[in-house]
Design a protein around this ligand. Structure first.
Ligand code: NAG
Ligand code: NAG
Length: 242
């Protein structure tokens, strides 16, 4: 074989080898942790999937989608092919799941529940003025018990249910979203920046939870606390956003 032939053969082996190990690199978190590795592999192999978004409720998803739309990228509610954008990701067809790279944003379940209560869709929205600490707790407990286990995906669904056993999903944290989002965009070479909409201050906070509400959240979302590494105490600050 000529030197040129050997060179071409060797290059083919490297490219095929890289393609073969990409899924395991992703699964093992190598790609997730190394911002430049994805970019480097992409440059070498020319292989890259488009990045799409999984919208867990009350975790900044609307801001993420709006940032995408402003940059001409269809994520979440704007990604028509995805269908119902709060549906649990593992329920989606394999062909869709395998077609793209995926990211999502998760949040401490305690502050997420405060946000669910104040939400226009999952909570009381504009009727918040009529509520007191007692009805705040009663509403949350009723909705957590009634909706956490529906198994379809929507408000009050456990966040861990959006993780797929077969498809890697890149997880960003709401608590550090700007930095982690910017890092991901750099990795994928996307020019998208987050703008958070101004929210009305929340009337109630984690400090208004009854002990029975705290216990219910800890029990119902136990896997969210462990899987995503959130503390099970309540926040030591009154600041509440989202
Ligand atoms: C709290 O609000 C609920 C529902 O609006 C009302 O029925 C109840 O009487 C209120 N409780 C107190 C202590 O104000
Ligand atoms: C926030 O995200 C950035 C980018 O990933 C990371 O370097 C930093 O350590 C994170 N900060 C916290 C408090 O997690």
């Amino acid at each position: 074989m000529t030197t040129g032939g050997r060179y071409i053969l060797a290059t083919c082996f490297i490219v095929v080898g890289l393609l073969a190990i990409m899924p395991s690199l992703k699964r093992d978190g190598v790609l997730r942790d190394g911002p430049s590795l994805h970019t480097r592999l992409k440059r070498i192999t020319g292989f890259s999937k488009q990045l799409k978004f999984i919208h867990v409720t009350k975790s900044g998803g609307t801001s993420v989608e709006n940032a995408g739309i402003a940059a001409g990228i269809m994520w979440g509610r704007a990604h028509k092919e995805y269908g119902w954008w709060h549906e649990l990701f593992p329920r989606k067809p394999s062909a869709l799941k395998e077609k793209y790279d995926w990211f999502t944003v998760v949040r401490n379940p305690m502050s997420r529940m405060v946000s669910e209560f104040h939400c226009r869709w999952g909570g009381v929205g504009d009727n918040v003025a009529q509520h007191n600490v007692s009805s705040f707790n009663e509403f949350l407990q009723r909705n957590i018990i009634g909706k956490a286990y529906l198994g379809v995906g929507d408000h009050y669904s456990a966040q861990v249910l959006y993780m797929d056993p077969d498809i890697p999903v890149r997880v960003l944290r709401f608590e550090n979203l700007t930095a982690e989002f910017d890092e991901l965009m750099t990795e994928y070479g996307l020019d998208v920046s987050l703008q958070f909409a101004n929210h009305m201050p929340h009337k109630f906070s984690e400090h208004d939870f009854y002990p029975s509400t705290i216990a219910l959240i800890r029990e119902t979302y136990a896997d969210d606390f462990t899987h995503f590494g959130y503390p099970t105490g309540i926040a030591n600050t009154m600041k509440e956003g989202g």
